[in-house]
Structure formats: structure tokens, C-alpha cells
Design a protein around this ligand. Structure first.
Ligand code: ADP
Length: 481
């Protein structure tokens, strides 16, 4: 690990009830070098119960603070995160692999949710509705739902946590976080900064260890009222099923299979740039990464030529090297999946125009790749590759492109490029997706509701909508007036 300016934020113990606990057991590895960075505790069900109990005790105390007091502590946390952004990004790149500049971007993005919900905490409001009786009034309160569990993935080790706990804490909920085993150090550093910010003991807890056992407690304990999860659709379904036994709310952000459609009236250079950003960010390992590129006949060859020229410029290497735009994939298994998608596509007639192989660095490094001649029969059309593979499909009509784009069980992000104003509205309305990028490949911001439809999920993170997940409505009929 590179030297940190504040080494005390590099914590390798779990955080329960305001204390750092647990002994070293599980390796945290740098995906670029294979170096062991630290060992974190291997906790299980008993500690998960302890964390939930601590969060349950802290809940009335935290919810009982005024919104302004909660807001001030969240704001202090935001300030501390920003003051430590370089160190946090260093930890993030070390355990996750993304280029250091992207890691800095993620820290800023992650922090923006804490900042936004510090402000939003003060805007939670109930309402008085028209009454059904002259001697009664209908009052509607919005109250925090209770203890929230947050189970998060490795691709955004900071932001997937703050997108959940920012609004949860702002609403008055307390949280138990289970970060991904690949990237616990960013989560624990955030917990240390939260401790410094002045959250009361038990308001924020972080557990590492046995995912199935910890997840079992978080989805069954009667005191947990909401399970927030970002990760694979497969695990999301398991957690939803488990949470059903105690009728918890579930807020799921699951896999995507994003189409990127380039119509023949598009600004081609802008479309290529958008494709690069949405495909190769985080080495293709985000749930909103473009998975399928559809290009209309008349511009197909020109688009492909420009795309390949841009991909040739993407510098691959360790995330800390200057100018690197493509780091390692998270594990060698991830590389194997990309290879399998390429092999299947080539066997079914696709042509590799650039990349297609492991990088000479070996292990987790894979060359950014572009394929043409992709078809709906290939595995890459139905499954998220989650790697640096851009398959290009050719289409003729708008209807054909929309039907292909929608031919998936998932519906997270979709993108399209056009200069036709009517098409902007018609295509946006017909795409069965929770988010649509029109003439842009970058859509994530704390100011907008992020989330999917179909099997991509059932909740929204960000904007004023994000906090409603963590608030219950209570209606009081005030009679005898
Ligand atoms: P990915 O493919 O991105 O690793 P996963 O869905 O496997 O996605 O993992 C996302 C998060 O869910 C991680 O924190 C992981 O440890 C956790 N997880 C995986 N399986 C379970 C489970 N059965 N119960 C609870 N958490 C789980």
C-alpha cells in the first residue's frame, strides 16, 4: 500500500457499537499486483446479531435528534471524506484496481451523497390532507423505517455505501453495512471518519466475514426493517426471498445489460466518446456500463473505425501509473468470463477488431476489446460481461433497435445518440429502462434517481426520491375536534 498522509484511516477491524473489533483473518488483495494489503476479521452470525442490536438501541436516540443535528453530523462526515479524498482514493485503487483518477472521482461522487442528504434531512415533511369529517383531521407523518442493512459490491467500494447510508442516516435510521469481501478497507476507512464526525455508537456498523451467515441475520432479524443491496441479480433474489419471511422492505440495485444505440443522425465523435466512457469506465465493471452497442447501417463502418481508434489509445496498467485508463479486473475469474463471451461470439461469427486477449501483464489484465458482427444469439447479448468488451450490432430501423434493446430481463441503464428532437422523446419513452442517457454516456449523479426496472431492481438512490425509501408514512386520524 502506498503511504497515506493519515495512516490512521487504514483500519482492518470491524466497527460495531462504536468500537473497532475482531482479529485479522481474511486477506484483502491488490488485484493489480496480488499483494496482500491487510487482513480483516472473519465475523459471522453472532457478531451480525450484536451489530443489529447495537443499531436497534441507537435507533431511537439517533431518530430522536433533530433533523438539523443529524444534518450537521452528516455534513462533518462529508467534510472529513473530502479532506481525506486522496488517502481514500489510494485505499480504493489499492484494493479495487481502478485508475487513481477514477478512484478520486468515486470518492467525490460518494461524498456527494452524504452532502446532498445532509441537506435533504432538513426537508422531510409530513402533510395534512382534506378530512372526511368536520370533527377530524388527517395528519400524515414521515418517520424513519428503523434499522437498515446495506450489503454492497466491490465495483464502487465507497459510493455504493454512501448512496444507501447517506439517506438512511439523514432520515434517522441506523445502519449495519456488509461491504464486499474484495473491498472492505474503503468501507472501514469511511467508518473511522464517521466515528470522528460524531455519529453516536451503534448508528453505523461495518461487518466483514461470512457473507451468507451475516446476510442470513440481516435478512431475518426482526429488528432490521429494510435491506438495501447492490450486487448480482442472483444474490438479490436470494436476499429478497429471505427478507420475505419477516416482510422487510428490500431496496435492490441489481445487474444491467445496457444497450447503447447510435442512430445515423448522431454526432459520431460524441457517440464514440460516450461509448468509451460508458463502456470502459472501471474496466467495464459497472452495472450501468454499456454491454451492447447498436449502430445503424449508414454509419456503422465509420463509427466502428473511430471506436477502434479510440480504444487503441486506452492505456492499460496499474491504477497508480500516470495516464492509465484501464486497470486490472477484480479477479482472474472476471477475465475468464470475458474470454468465454469472446470465444462464444467468435464461434458464432463475430470478428475481433482490437484486443481480444489477456494483456502480457497476465493475471487480471485484459485488453480492451471491440467485436463486430454481434447477434442476439450470442451469450454477450443476454448476459452482462462486466469487463472491457464492446460488441457492435448492426441495425436498420428504429423499431428494430428498440426491440433488440428491450429484449432482456433487465432494465437499468440505456443510452442513445441522435440529433432528432422527436426521436429523443419517442425512444426515451419506449426504452424499458430506469435510466436513459441521451447523447451522453455518463448519467450518475446524486441529484437524480438512480435505479432500474424489471430484474434490475425496485428502488431509487439519489435525489429527493432516495430518502423516501427510508421513511414510513404514518396516518393519524385526529378526531373529537
Ligand atoms: P458480485 O458479482 O458483484 O460480487 P454479489 O452479488 O456476489 O456480486 O455480491 C455483492 C455483495 O453481496 C457482496 O457484499 C457479497 O459478499 C454479498 N453476498 C453474496 N452472497 C450473499 C448471500 N447469500 N447473502 C448475503 N450477502 C451475500
Amino acid at each position: 500500500m502506498r503511504t497515506l498522509s493519515d495512516p490512521t484511516i487504514l483500519v482492518s477491524q470491524c466497527f460495531i457499537d462504536g468500537a473497532f473489533v475482531g482479529s485479522p483473518a481474511l486477506d484483502v488483495t491488490n488485484p493489480s499486483t496480488g499483494e496482500t494489503l491487510a487482513q480483516v476479521p472473519d465475523l459471522s452470525a453472532p457478531e451480525a446479531e450484536q451489530a443489529v442490536e447495537a443499531a436497534a438501541v441507537a435507533f431511537p436516540l439517533w431518530a430522536g435528534r433533530t433533523a438539523k443535528e443529524r444534518s450537521a453530523i452528516l455534513r462533518t462526515w462529508f467534510d472529513l471524506i473530502m479532506a481525506h479524498r486522496t488517502d481514500l482514493a489510494t485505499i480504493l485503487t489499492s484494493e479495487q484496481g481502478k485508475p487513481f483518477n477514477e478512484a478520486l472521482g468515486e470518492i467525490d461522487y460518494a461524498a456527494s451523497y452524504i452532502e446532498f442528504y445532509a441537506e435533504e434531512a432538513k426537508r422531510v415533511a409530513g402533510e395534512m390532507l382534506a378530512s372526511h369529517r368536520a370533527d377530524a383531521r388527517i395528519m400524515v407523518l414521515r418517520q424513519p423505517i428503523g434499522v437498515v442493512a446495506a450489503i454492497t459490491p466491490w465495483n464502487f467500494p465507497a459510493a455504493m455505501i454512501t448512496r444507501k447510508v447517506g439517506p438512511a442516516l439523514a432520515a434517522g435510521c441506523t445502519v449495519v453495512i456488509k461491504p464486499a469481501p474484495e473491498t472492505p478497507l474503503t468501507a472501514l476507512a469511511l467508518a473511522e471518519l464517521a466515528r470522528r464526525a460524531g455519529f453516536p455508537p451503534g448508528a453505523i456498523n461495518v461487518l466483514t466475514g461470512d457473507a451468507i451467515a451475516i446476510g442470513g441475520v440481516l435478512t431475518s432479524h426482526p429488528k432490521v426493517r429494510l435491506v438495501g443491496f447492490t450486487g448480482s441479480t442472483e444474490v438479490g433474489k436470494i436476499l429478497m426471498r429471505q427478507a420475505a419471511t419477516t416482510v422487510k422492505k428490500v431496496a435492490l440495485e441489481l445487474g444491467g445489460n445496457a444497450p447503447f444505440i447510435v442512430f445515423d443522425d448522431a454526432d459520431l465523435d460524441a457517440a464514440v466518446e460516450g461509448a468509451i466512457q460508458s463502456k470502459y469506465r472501471n474496466m467495464g465493471q459497472t452495472c450501468v456500463c454499456t454491454n451492447r452497442i447498436y449502430v445503424q447501417d449508414a454509419i456503422h463502418d465509420r463509427f466502428v473505425e473511430k471506436l477502434v481508434a479510440r480504444v487503441a489509445q486506452l492505456k492499460l496498467g496499474d491504477g497508480f501509473e500516470d495516464g492509465v485508463m484501464q486497470g486490472p479486473l477484480i479477479t482472474e475469474d472476471a477475465v475468464v468470463k470475458v474470454e468465454a463471451h469472446i470465444a462464444d461470439a467468435v464461434a458464432k461469427g463475430a470478428e475481433i477488431l482490437i484486443g481480444g486477449k489477456r494483456d502480457p501483464r497476465g493475471r487480471t489484465f485484459f485488453q480492451p476489446t471491440v467485436l463486430t458482427g454481434a447477434t442476439g444469439e450470442m451469450t454477450l447479448a443476454g448476459e452482462e460481461t462486466f469487463g472491457p468488451l464492446a460488441p457492435v450490432f448492426r441495425f436498420t430501423t428504429e423499431d428494430e433497435a428498440i426491440a433488440a434493446a428491450n429484449a432482456t430481463d433487465t432494465g437499468l441503464a440505456a443510452y442513445f445518440y441522435t440529433r432528432d428532437a422527436a426521436r429523443v422523446f419517442h425512444v426515451t419513452e419506449r426504452l424499458e429502462y430506469g435510466m436513459v442517457g441521451v447523447n451522453t454516456g455518463l448519467i450518475s449523479t446524486e441529484l437524480a434517481p438512480f435505479g432500474g426496472v424489471k430484474e434490475s431492481g425496485n428502488s431509487r438512490e439519489g435525489s429527493h426520491h432516495g430518502i423516501t425509501e427510508f421513511l414510513e408514512l404514518k396516518y393519524a386520524c385526529i378526531g373529537g375536534l
